[in-house]
Design a protein around this ligand. Structure first.
Ligand code: G6P
Length: 372
């Protein structure tokens, strides 16, 4: 078994480290001369994608946060309203579905029962369905009209890491494919997005290298009982995912919030020494959101929070207010969540390790939930 872990202490550590390759493999063969073309979607027919007026992404757990991240990018690029719904909520709300609705399911295993049932429900109502899946020939892709596989390789640890970033990558590729078909992006925007995709694997290598710094932080914080995560825009699902990882493997109470909600409740939780991870958007590509998040940091710091800021390299604006600063390579705003989640994954892993827990097999959880 040690050999399968590639020398790492856990499958999860190996899988976090695998992320540059997972993302590179998901992009491979789908980006040609600065344009995204996914053969499986071409087979579905351009007419279908031109005709849609709404996209619903369905998923559970980590995959739902990948879906949520995807909503921002697909909507921005393809100019179609996109929403994410939890698979188990979707079916029971009597959803409004038409022949212009497109349903995209996201599932690492392709076997999550609630997601499968939601896909079947949509298919029965004449809705076109695309499956984003990491497991070849699983049930969900077989039940869908098209399958866009993430090529992250087998994921063994219960807590998802490389499949998550591969899912976001696949959703971004789908967004760029639909945008090309619908002609909703300028040549310059297309080129810029392709450039960002091209550079991702290399940037992931740098993000993975935050391990040592984050490990130290986690070991100092081994007795922490509650951790909060704040993010805005695409940083919001990242905050939710960072909190989920801690719950899953470190059994710590953790919550993610949209930074703009701070004043509507969460700020009451801030007490002396309360650790808060803040996901700071790029000051270059998202200056307005950046300045809002910096004021959120000032507000929580003034109330005694211990601030751990995740910033892009060169952003010194948070230095006066942050106790710890984790630096990531430069990326355009929509591409930042892919990198920002990496130190949060390491943090959960190292905190779990510091508490002497089983990182790969957390209590009460299964890799794939095949019952409703
Ligand atoms: C379980 C796993 C999670 C996963 C979720 C959805 O809860 O423990 O890691 O995110 O199922 O799984 P799926 O295979 O559909 O992505």
């Amino acid at each position: 078994e040690a050999a399968d872990k590639g020398g790492w202490s856990s499958f999860m550590a190996k899988e976090i480290n695998d992320q540059p390759d997972a993302v590179a493999n998901t992009i491979r063969g789908r980006l040609h001369d600065g344009q995204v073309e996914i053969p499986e979607l071409t087979a579905l027919g351009d007419e279908v994608l031109r005709n849609i007026d709404r996209i619903i992404i369905i998923a559970c757990g980590t995959a739902s946060y990948a879906g949520m991240t995807g909503t921002y990018a697909i909507e921005q690029w393809a100019r179609v309203p996109v929403e994410v719904q939890l698979s188990h909520e979707f079916r029971y709300r009597d959803p409004v579905l038409t022949d212009r609705t497109l349903l995209i399911s996201v599932s690492q295993s392709g076997e999550t029962m609630d997601t499968l049932m939601a896909v079947k429900y949509a298919v029965e109502r004449g809705v076109k369905t695309i499956s984003v899946c990491n497991t070849q020939s699983a049930t969900i892709p077989r039940e869908s009209h098209a399958a866009v596989y993430t090529h992250a390789g087998p994921e063994v640890a219960v807590a998802s890491t490389k499949a998550y970033v591969a899912q976001i990558t696949a959703l971004y590729l789908i967004g760029l494919h639909i945008a090309r078909v619908r002609g909703t992006m300028s040549a310059e925007e297309t080129q810029q997005a392709a450039h960002q995709l091209d550079e991702l694997p290399e940037k992931f290598r740098e993000a993975v290298a935050t391990h040592e710094q984050v490990a130290q932080l986690a070991h100092w914080m081994a007795d922490t009982r509650s951790v909060l995560f704040l993010g805005r825009h695409v940083g919001y699902p990242t905050a939710l995912e960072g909190a989920l990882k801690l719950k899953e493997i470190a059994y710590i109470h953790a919550e993610g919030f949209a930074a703009g909600e701070l004043k509507h409740g969460p700020i009451a939780l801030i007490d002396h020494g309360q650790p808060v991870f803040v996901i700071v958007p790029s000051p270059r590509t998202a200056p307005i959101m950046h300045s809002k998040v910096v004021s959120n940091i000032q507000e929580i710091r003034a109330r005694g929070a211990r601030v751990i800021a995740i910033v892009e390299v060169g952003d010194t604006s948070v230095l006066p207010y942050a106790d710890d600063v984790i630096r990531l390579p430069l990326a355009d705003a929509l591409f930042e969540p892919l990198l920002q989640v990496v130190p949060l994954q390491w943090f959960a892993l190292e905190l779990s390790t510091a508490k002497g827990l089983d990182v790969d097999q957390p209590r009460n959880l299964a890799k794939s939930v095949t019952v409703e």
